[in-house]
Design a protein around this ligand. Sequence first.
Ligand code: HMG
Ligand code: MG
Length: 302
Amino acid sequence: MPLPTHVRIIDVGPRDGLQNEKQAVPAAVKIELVQRLQDAGLREIEVTSYVSPKWVPQMADNHQVMAGLTRQPGVRLSVLTPNLQGWEAARPDRPDEIVVFGAASEAFSQKNINCSIAESIERFAPVVQAARAAGIAVRGAMSCTVGCPYEGAIAPERVAYLAGLMKGIGVQRVDVADTIGVGTPLAVQRAIEAAQQHYAIEHISGHFHDTYGQALANTLAALQMGVSNFQSSVAGLGGCPYAKGATGNVASEDLVFMLHGMGIDTGIDLDRLVDAGVFISDFLGRPTPSRVARALLNRRQG
Ligand code: HMG
Ligand code: MG
């Protein structure tokens, strides 16, 4: 399988990244972060979620953030909508894509969205139908496709089952997510193969948390299967409040450096991306965990 020549990155930092921050991040900071990502050449950004503010207080400013953005043509902004209430709240903010999010693990589904996998699909179905009728794209996030903080290892059959359910309700593309970053390359390939039972490879994206330092290796394993869509977080932000111990997504800076080094085009300006990472890391008051950003910043100083 030849490697893709172009990869599309969805930066999920503003949503997956910031949702896990304890300190309140003002809407103005989130807006500036999204602007900086657009300016760095990101063409897909996951901005916010329309979930219960009691569950995830950090995303309670979803309307304010969406309303404050200067939209750039050709940039797809996505938002998470777990149910009809979320969809109805999101709709006036004109997202380009909505994301329903399910799990390959029953226990994680319960902890994260308070219902079983089967119930989640019942909740998603009218959301998908309404979004598609409104001409809005629909993506399905599939959590815990290799491991679950509550159930341990997840069999590929569970991923195939969930992907089949997502396909059945009209979800157009899916994310194979390693929520807690325990996946290693062959396990990730098995999960992607399972998703391929229902989705073409161009409709599958890799979403790898870097908790155990495996995310770039897993990305390479996915690239070798022809996956050309990946999710990452600027400055390696992230984690899921319902997946204890899960740290950030692979840093966008690290992903871009690897892809460009392999001659794979992303359309992203790495220097401007590093600056966006510095902006949010400075606000959060901690150094970026991105090794590439740290190396480039050292070189700038030298
Ligand atoms: P529930 O309690 O089952 O919902 O929560 P409910 O329908 O019984 O309603 C209970 C209350 O929630 C009511 O309010 C509703 O109005 C409110 P009350 O009367 O008590 O004041 N409510 C909502 N409020 C705002 N927006 C909504 C909404 N729906 C109900 N859409 C629910 C179900 C899904 C809402 C809840 O469990 C929730 O918000 N969970 C948070 C899920 C979340 O955001 N998780 C993190 C994102 S997933 C992730 O990070 C993984 C990913 O990155 C991939 C990977 O790495 O694996 C995507
Ligand atoms: Mg995630």
